[in-house]
Design a protein around this ligand. Sequence first.
Ligand SMILES: Cc1cc2nc3c(=O)[nH]c(=O)nc-3n(C[C@H](O)[C@H](O)[C@H](O)COP(=O)(O)O)c2cc1C
Length: 377
Amino acid sequence: MRLYFLRHGIAEDLAASDFERELTKRGRRRVLASAKVMRRLSIAPRQIFSSPRLRARQTAEIVADALGMAVTISEAVNFGFDLSDLRRLTQDFSADDELMFVGHNPDMSLLVSEITGVDAAMKKGGLARIDVIGRRVDEGELVWLIAPKVFDALGDKSNAAASTFSGTLATPAQKLPTTGQPIHKLIKHRWSPVGFDRERDIDRETLLSVLEAARWAASSFNLQPWRFIVAPRQNPKEFQKAFSVLREGNQPWARHAAVLMIAVTQRLRETAAPNRHAFHDLGLAVSQMVLQALDHGVYAHQMAGIYPEKARETYQIPDEFEPFTAIALGYRATNLDHLDDAQRAREATPRQRNTLNEFVFAGNWAQPADFLDEGGA
Ligand SMILES: Cc1cc2nc3c(=O)[nH]c(=O)nc-3n(C[C@H](O)[C@H](O)[C@H](O)COP(=O)(O)O)c2cc1C
Protein backbone atom coordinates (compact mmCIF):
# COMPACT_ATOMS: atom_id res chain seq x y z
CA MET A 1 0.00 0.00 0.00
CA ARG A 2 1.22 3.47 -0.84
CA LEU A 3 0.25 6.39 1.40
CA TYR A 4 0.47 10.10 0.64
CA PHE A 5 0.31 12.60 3.48
CA LEU A 6 -0.42 16.15 2.41
CA ARG A 7 -0.43 19.02 4.88
CA HIS A 8 -2.96 21.76 4.00
CA GLY A 9 -1.73 24.89 2.21
CA ILE A 10 -1.11 28.37 3.68
CA ALA A 11 -4.28 29.60 5.40
CA GLU A 12 -5.49 32.93 6.79
CA ASP A 13 -4.57 33.60 10.41
CA LEU A 14 -7.98 34.73 11.59
CA ALA A 15 -11.53 33.67 10.88
CA ALA A 16 -14.75 33.30 12.86
CA SER A 17 -13.36 30.00 14.12
CA ASP A 18 -10.34 27.82 13.46
CA PHE A 19 -12.64 25.48 11.58
CA GLU A 20 -13.41 28.14 8.99
CA ARG A 21 -9.92 29.37 8.26
CA GLU A 22 -9.59 29.52 4.46
CA LEU A 23 -6.57 29.11 2.22
CA THR A 24 -5.03 32.46 1.31
CA LYS A 25 -4.70 33.42 -2.34
CA ARG A 26 -1.05 32.39 -2.22
CA GLY A 27 -2.01 29.17 -0.47
CA ARG A 28 -4.47 28.29 -3.22
CA ARG A 29 -2.01 29.16 -5.97
CA ARG A 30 0.67 27.00 -4.43
CA VAL A 31 -1.63 24.03 -3.86
CA LEU A 32 -2.84 24.27 -7.45
CA ALA A 33 0.76 24.29 -8.72
CA SER A 34 1.52 21.26 -6.50
CA ALA A 35 -1.57 19.45 -7.76
CA LYS A 36 -0.40 19.87 -11.35
CA VAL A 37 2.98 18.42 -10.43
CA MET A 38 1.23 15.48 -8.72
CA ARG A 39 -0.64 14.82 -11.94
CA ARG A 40 2.60 14.93 -13.93
CA LEU A 41 4.15 12.50 -11.46
CA SER A 42 1.20 10.15 -12.12
CA ILE A 43 0.11 10.23 -8.50
CA ALA A 44 -3.24 8.45 -8.57
CA PRO A 45 -4.68 7.66 -5.14
CA ARG A 46 -7.74 5.46 -5.00
CA GLN A 47 -9.27 7.77 -2.40
CA ILE A 48 -8.43 11.15 -0.87
CA PHE A 49 -9.41 11.57 2.80
CA SER A 50 -9.55 15.09 4.16
CA SER A 51 -9.98 16.65 7.56
CA PRO A 52 -13.30 18.54 7.70
CA ARG A 53 -11.54 21.85 8.51
CA LEU A 54 -11.99 24.29 5.65
CA ARG A 55 -8.29 24.84 4.84
CA ALA A 56 -7.70 21.06 4.55
CA ARG A 57 -10.89 20.54 2.56
CA GLN A 58 -9.96 23.28 0.12
CA THR A 59 -6.47 21.80 -0.26
CA ALA A 60 -7.91 18.33 -0.87
CA GLU A 61 -10.47 19.63 -3.35
CA ILE A 62 -7.88 21.45 -5.46
CA VAL A 63 -5.76 18.29 -5.61
CA ALA A 64 -8.75 16.01 -6.24
CA ASP A 65 -9.91 18.28 -9.02
CA ALA A 66 -6.52 18.15 -10.75
CA LEU A 67 -6.40 14.36 -10.42
CA GLY A 68 -10.02 13.96 -11.58
CA MET A 69 -11.47 12.50 -8.40
CA ALA A 70 -13.59 13.29 -5.35
CA VAL A 71 -12.73 13.96 -1.69
CA THR A 72 -13.94 11.92 1.26
CA ILE A 73 -14.31 14.11 4.34
CA SER A 74 -13.36 12.17 7.45
CA GLU A 75 -13.39 13.22 11.08
CA ALA A 76 -10.53 10.76 11.61
CA VAL A 77 -8.14 13.07 9.70
CA ASN A 78 -9.08 16.07 11.86
CA PHE A 79 -6.86 17.25 14.77
CA GLY A 80 -5.43 14.24 16.58
CA PHE A 81 -5.17 12.01 13.46
CA ASP A 82 -3.06 9.09 14.65
CA LEU A 83 -1.98 5.56 13.83
CA SER A 84 -5.17 3.96 15.13
CA ASP A 85 -7.24 6.29 12.89
CA LEU A 86 -5.00 5.40 9.98
CA ARG A 87 -5.40 1.66 10.65
CA ARG A 88 -9.17 2.04 10.66
CA LEU A 89 -9.30 4.11 7.47
CA THR A 90 -7.05 1.73 5.55
CA GLN A 91 -8.38 -1.62 6.76
CA ASP A 92 -10.71 -2.18 3.78
CA PHE A 93 -8.11 -1.41 1.14
CA SER A 94 -5.76 -3.86 -0.51
CA ALA A 95 -1.97 -3.93 -0.59
CA ASP A 96 -2.04 -2.48 -4.14
CA ASP A 97 -4.07 0.60 -3.22
CA GLU A 98 -2.78 4.16 -2.95
CA LEU A 99 -4.45 6.56 -0.53
CA MET A 100 -4.00 10.23 0.28
CA PHE A 101 -4.66 12.02 3.58
CA VAL A 102 -4.96 15.78 3.82
CA GLY A 103 -4.66 17.10 7.35
CA HIS A 104 -2.86 19.18 9.93
CA ASN A 105 0.33 19.44 11.91
CA PRO A 106 1.62 18.22 14.24
CA ASP A 107 -0.35 15.05 13.36
CA MET A 108 0.95 14.73 9.79
CA SER A 109 4.62 15.11 10.76
CA LEU A 110 4.20 12.82 13.77
CA LEU A 111 2.48 10.11 11.74
CA VAL A 112 5.07 10.19 8.97
CA SER A 113 7.84 9.99 11.58
CA GLU A 114 6.16 7.20 13.49
CA ILE A 115 5.58 5.02 10.41
CA THR A 116 8.98 5.56 8.80
CA GLY A 117 11.29 6.18 11.75
CA VAL A 118 12.53 9.32 9.96
CA ASP A 119 12.21 12.72 11.64
CA ALA A 120 9.88 14.47 9.22
CA ALA A 121 8.92 18.14 9.46
CA MET A 122 6.05 18.73 7.06
CA LYS A 123 5.67 22.30 5.83
CA LYS A 124 2.27 23.69 4.84
CA GLY A 125 1.51 22.20 1.42
CA GLY A 126 4.24 19.57 1.81
CA LEU A 127 3.63 16.03 0.57
CA ALA A 128 5.18 12.79 1.82
CA ARG A 129 5.02 9.44 0.10
CA ILE A 130 5.31 6.30 2.19
CA ASP A 131 5.39 2.77 0.82
CA VAL A 132 4.04 0.46 3.45
CA ILE A 133 6.23 -2.49 4.31
CA GLY A 134 4.19 -5.68 4.67
CA ARG A 135 0.51 -5.62 5.44
CA ARG A 136 0.35 -3.27 8.43
CA VAL A 137 0.37 0.47 7.92
CA ASP A 138 2.50 0.84 11.07
CA GLU A 139 5.74 0.48 9.17
CA GLY A 140 6.81 2.02 5.89
CA GLU A 141 9.59 3.52 3.83
CA LEU A 142 9.68 7.29 3.32
CA VAL A 143 10.22 7.34 -0.44
CA TRP A 144 10.22 11.14 -0.64
CA LEU A 145 9.03 14.27 1.10
CA ILE A 146 8.40 17.26 -1.16
CA ALA A 147 8.54 20.70 0.43
CA PRO A 148 6.25 23.34 -1.12
CA LYS A 149 9.28 25.25 -2.42
CA VAL A 150 10.35 22.18 -4.36
CA PHE A 151 6.84 21.90 -5.74
CA ASP A 152 7.21 25.48 -6.96
CA ALA A 153 10.41 24.58 -8.77
CA LEU A 154 8.89 21.41 -10.19
CA GLY A 155 5.86 23.35 -11.36
CA ASP A 156 8.05 25.51 -13.53
CA LYS A 157 8.39 23.33 -16.61
CA SER A 158 11.37 25.27 -17.84
CA ASN A 159 13.20 24.49 -14.63
CA ALA A 160 15.70 21.68 -14.88
CA ALA A 161 14.67 20.46 -11.43
CA ALA A 162 11.38 19.22 -12.85
CA SER A 163 12.93 16.80 -15.25
CA THR A 164 15.64 15.78 -12.81
CA PHE A 165 13.11 14.80 -10.22
CA SER A 166 10.92 12.70 -12.45
CA GLY A 167 13.88 11.40 -14.40
CA THR A 168 16.75 10.40 -12.24
CA LEU A 169 15.99 10.70 -8.60
CA ALA A 170 12.58 9.15 -8.34
CA THR A 171 11.71 5.73 -9.62
CA PRO A 172 8.54 6.31 -11.66
CA ALA A 173 5.49 5.40 -9.60
CA GLN A 174 4.46 2.73 -12.09
CA LYS A 175 7.80 0.97 -11.81
CA LEU A 176 7.94 0.82 -8.05
CA PRO A 177 6.19 -2.35 -6.94
CA THR A 178 3.99 -2.64 -3.92
CA THR A 179 5.69 -5.67 -2.47
CA GLY A 180 3.94 -8.24 -0.31
CA GLN A 181 6.86 -8.21 2.10
CA PRO A 182 9.75 -5.86 2.79
CA ILE A 183 12.65 -6.30 0.39
CA HIS A 184 15.94 -4.47 0.01
CA LYS A 185 15.41 -1.06 -1.57
CA LEU A 186 17.87 -1.78 -4.39
CA ILE A 187 15.85 -4.84 -5.40
CA LYS A 188 12.66 -2.86 -5.15
CA HIS A 189 13.90 0.06 -7.22
CA ARG A 190 15.63 -1.98 -9.92
CA TRP A 191 13.91 -2.11 -13.27
CA SER A 192 14.95 -2.19 -16.91
CA PRO A 193 14.61 1.23 -18.55
CA VAL A 194 14.87 2.01 -22.25
CA GLY A 195 15.34 5.74 -21.62
CA PHE A 196 19.05 6.24 -20.98
CA ASP A 197 20.79 9.59 -20.59
CA ARG A 198 22.57 10.25 -23.86
CA GLU A 199 25.19 12.53 -22.35
CA ARG A 200 26.09 11.32 -18.89
CA ASP A 201 28.93 8.80 -19.01
CA ILE A 202 29.79 6.28 -16.30
CA ASP A 203 33.12 7.13 -14.71
CA ARG A 204 35.88 4.56 -14.42
CA GLU A 205 35.56 4.16 -10.66
CA THR A 206 31.86 3.37 -10.90
CA LEU A 207 32.41 0.93 -13.73
CA LEU A 208 35.14 -0.85 -11.77
CA SER A 209 32.88 -1.07 -8.73
CA VAL A 210 30.11 -2.62 -10.83
CA LEU A 211 32.52 -5.22 -12.23
CA GLU A 212 33.98 -5.89 -8.79
CA ALA A 213 30.48 -6.76 -7.57
CA ALA A 214 30.22 -9.37 -10.33
CA ARG A 215 33.63 -10.71 -9.34
CA TRP A 216 32.40 -11.66 -5.88
CA ALA A 217 29.42 -13.72 -7.01
CA ALA A 218 29.12 -17.32 -5.84
CA SER A 219 29.70 -20.03 -8.43
CA SER A 220 29.63 -23.78 -8.61
CA PHE A 221 33.10 -25.12 -7.59
CA ASN A 222 34.14 -21.46 -7.60
CA LEU A 223 34.70 -21.86 -11.34
CA GLN A 224 33.73 -18.21 -12.00
CA PRO A 225 32.68 -18.93 -15.60
CA TRP A 226 31.59 -15.34 -16.38
CA ARG A 227 33.42 -13.03 -18.78
CA PHE A 228 32.36 -9.55 -19.84
CA ILE A 229 33.35 -7.64 -22.95
CA VAL A 230 32.98 -4.02 -21.94
CA ALA A 231 32.42 -1.13 -24.36
CA PRO A 232 31.98 2.39 -22.90
CA ARG A 233 30.68 4.93 -25.39
CA GLN A 234 33.72 7.14 -24.77
CA ASN A 235 35.38 4.61 -27.04
CA PRO A 236 33.14 4.92 -30.12
CA LYS A 237 34.89 2.15 -32.08
CA GLU A 238 34.43 -0.44 -29.33
CA PHE A 239 30.92 0.78 -28.56
CA GLN A 240 29.94 0.34 -32.22
CA LYS A 241 31.42 -3.18 -32.23
CA ALA A 242 29.30 -4.26 -29.26
CA PHE A 243 26.29 -2.43 -30.65
CA SER A 244 26.54 -4.36 -33.92
CA VAL A 245 26.01 -7.62 -32.01
CA LEU A 246 22.57 -6.50 -30.74
CA ARG A 247 19.41 -7.56 -32.51
CA GLU A 248 17.51 -4.82 -34.32
CA GLY A 249 14.73 -4.74 -31.70
CA ASN A 250 17.18 -3.64 -29.01
CA GLN A 251 19.29 -1.23 -31.04
CA PRO A 252 16.95 1.81 -31.06
CA TRP A 253 17.12 2.29 -27.29
CA ALA A 254 20.41 0.55 -26.47
CA ARG A 255 22.28 3.06 -28.66
CA HIS A 256 21.78 5.59 -25.83
CA ALA A 257 23.46 3.45 -23.16
CA ALA A 258 26.66 4.74 -21.58
CA VAL A 259 28.23 1.27 -21.58
CA LEU A 260 27.41 -1.91 -23.48
CA MET A 261 28.61 -5.28 -22.30
CA ILE A 262 28.52 -8.69 -23.88
CA ALA A 263 28.13 -11.34 -21.19
CA VAL A 264 29.87 -14.61 -21.93
CA THR A 265 30.09 -17.82 -19.96
CA GLN A 266 32.54 -20.71 -19.97
CA ARG A 267 30.34 -23.69 -20.66
CA LEU A 268 33.19 -26.25 -20.93
CA ARG A 269 35.67 -26.75 -18.12
CA GLU A 270 39.41 -27.05 -18.72
CA THR A 271 38.87 -30.83 -18.92
CA ALA A 272 36.31 -30.24 -21.73
CA ALA A 273 33.58 -31.57 -19.41
CA PRO A 274 30.48 -29.37 -19.47
CA ASN A 275 29.88 -26.98 -16.59
CA ARG A 276 26.13 -27.45 -16.13
CA HIS A 277 25.94 -24.37 -13.99
CA ALA A 278 27.76 -21.99 -16.28
CA PHE A 279 24.59 -20.07 -17.17
CA HIS A 280 23.30 -20.06 -13.63
CA ASP A 281 26.55 -18.55 -12.38
CA LEU A 282 26.70 -15.96 -15.15
CA GLY A 283 23.20 -14.88 -14.04
CA LEU A 284 24.36 -14.57 -10.44
CA ALA A 285 27.28 -12.37 -11.42
CA VAL A 286 25.06 -10.18 -13.60
CA SER A 287 22.51 -9.86 -10.83
CA GLN A 288 25.15 -8.58 -8.41
CA MET A 289 26.46 -6.23 -11.07
CA VAL A 290 23.01 -4.81 -11.75
CA LEU A 291 22.27 -4.10 -8.09
CA GLN A 292 25.71 -2.58 -7.49
CA ALA A 293 25.14 -0.36 -10.52
CA LEU A 294 21.84 0.86 -9.11
CA ASP A 295 23.57 1.69 -5.86
CA HIS A 296 25.52 4.23 -7.96
CA GLY A 297 22.31 5.44 -9.65
CA VAL A 298 23.17 3.51 -12.83
CA TYR A 299 20.43 1.39 -14.41
CA ALA A 300 20.95 -1.82 -16.37
CA HIS A 301 18.87 -3.43 -19.08
CA GLN A 302 19.79 -6.99 -19.96
CA MET A 303 19.26 -8.37 -23.44
CA ALA A 304 18.83 -11.87 -24.77
CA GLY A 305 18.34 -10.25 -28.17
CA ILE A 306 21.85 -10.53 -29.54
CA TYR A 307 23.50 -12.45 -32.41
CA PRO A 308 25.75 -14.85 -30.46
CA GLU A 309 27.60 -16.12 -33.52
CA LYS A 310 28.30 -12.59 -34.62
CA ALA A 311 29.71 -11.88 -31.15
CA ARG A 312 31.89 -14.99 -31.40
CA GLU A 313 33.23 -13.88 -34.74
CA THR A 314 33.63 -10.20 -33.84
CA TYR A 315 35.60 -10.92 -30.67
CA GLN A 316 37.07 -14.29 -31.62
CA ILE A 317 35.51 -15.99 -28.65
CA PRO A 318 36.81 -19.58 -28.25
CA ASP A 319 34.44 -22.58 -28.56
CA GLU A 320 34.39 -23.42 -24.86
CA PHE A 321 32.83 -20.03 -24.14
CA GLU A 322 29.33 -18.96 -25.06
CA PRO A 323 28.28 -15.36 -25.69
CA PHE A 324 24.92 -15.29 -24.01
CA THR A 325 23.44 -11.86 -23.35
CA ALA A 326 24.23 -8.17 -23.58
CA ILE A 327 23.77 -5.51 -20.91
CA ALA A 328 23.10 -1.83 -21.47
CA LEU A 329 24.14 0.40 -18.56
CA GLY A 330 23.48 4.08 -18.06
CA TYR A 331 21.89 6.82 -16.02
CA ARG A 332 18.20 7.34 -16.61
CA ALA A 333 17.36 10.11 -19.06
CA THR A 334 16.09 13.29 -17.44
CA ASN A 335 13.57 13.66 -20.22
CA LEU A 336 12.23 11.08 -22.61
CA ASP A 337 11.83 13.25 -25.71
CA HIS A 338 14.25 11.10 -27.70
CA LEU A 339 12.05 8.01 -27.26
CA ASP A 340 9.27 7.02 -29.61
CA ASP A 341 5.70 6.44 -28.38
CA ALA A 342 6.14 2.70 -27.89
CA GLN A 343 9.31 3.21 -25.86
CA ARG A 344 7.68 5.91 -23.74
CA ALA A 345 4.71 3.61 -23.13
CA ARG A 346 7.15 0.92 -22.04
CA GLU A 347 8.68 3.28 -19.50
CA ALA A 348 5.20 3.87 -18.08
CA THR A 349 4.04 0.26 -17.93
CA PRO A 350 3.70 -1.13 -14.40
CA ARG A 351 5.92 -4.10 -13.60
CA GLN A 352 4.13 -7.42 -13.16
CA ARG A 353 5.16 -10.48 -11.21
CA ASN A 354 3.71 -13.88 -10.38
CA THR A 355 2.52 -14.33 -6.82
CA LEU A 356 4.55 -16.47 -4.43
CA ASN A 357 2.06 -19.35 -4.61
CA GLU A 358 2.72 -19.64 -8.32
CA PHE A 359 6.35 -20.54 -7.76
CA VAL A 360 6.85 -21.53 -4.12
CA PHE A 361 5.81 -25.16 -3.68
CA ALA A 362 5.97 -27.76 -0.96
CA GLY A 363 5.00 -31.43 -0.79
CA ASN A 364 4.14 -31.81 -4.46
CA TRP A 365 4.77 -30.05 -7.72
CA ALA A 366 2.60 -26.93 -8.08
CA GLN A 367 1.29 -27.25 -4.54
CA PRO A 368 1.73 -23.87 -2.85
CA ALA A 369 3.65 -24.13 0.40
CA ASP A 370 1.54 -24.07 3.57
CA PHE A 371 3.30 -21.07 5.03
CA LEU A 372 2.07 -18.81 2.21
CA ASP A 373 -1.05 -16.79 2.79
CA GLU A 374 -4.14 -17.63 0.81
CA GLY A 375 -3.41 -14.86 -1.67
CA GLY A 376 0.15 -16.06 -2.25
CA ALA A 377 1.62 -12.78 -0.90
C1 LIG B 1 18.30 -12.67 -19.56
C2 LIG B 1 17.41 -11.48 -19.92
C3 LIG B 1 17.19 -11.19 -21.23
C4 LIG B 1 16.44 -10.07 -21.61
N1 LIG B 1 16.33 -9.73 -22.91
C5 LIG B 1 15.75 -8.57 -23.28
C6 LIG B 1 15.81 -8.11 -24.62
O1 LIG B 1 16.43 -8.71 -25.50
N2 LIG B 1 15.20 -6.94 -24.90
C7 LIG B 1 14.56 -6.21 -23.97
O2 LIG B 1 14.04 -5.14 -24.30
N3 LIG B 1 14.49 -6.60 -22.66
C8 LIG B 1 15.09 -7.75 -22.30
N4 LIG B 1 15.10 -8.15 -20.98
C9 LIG B 1 14.42 -7.32 -19.96
C10 LIG B 1 13.16 -8.01 -19.48
O3 LIG B 1 12.14 -7.85 -20.45
C11 LIG B 1 12.75 -7.41 -18.13
O4 LIG B 1 13.74 -7.70 -17.19
C12 LIG B 1 11.40 -7.97 -17.65
O5 LIG B 1 10.37 -7.57 -18.51
C13 LIG B 1 11.08 -7.49 -16.25
O6 LIG B 1 11.07 -6.10 -16.19
P1 LIG B 1 11.98 -5.30 -15.13
O7 LIG B 1 13.41 -5.72 -15.36
O8 LIG B 1 11.77 -3.84 -15.48
O9 LIG B 1 11.49 -5.66 -13.78
C14 LIG B 1 15.83 -9.26 -20.60
C15 LIG B 1 16.05 -9.59 -19.25
C16 LIG B 1 16.84 -10.67 -18.91
C17 LIG B 1 17.09 -10.97 -17.45
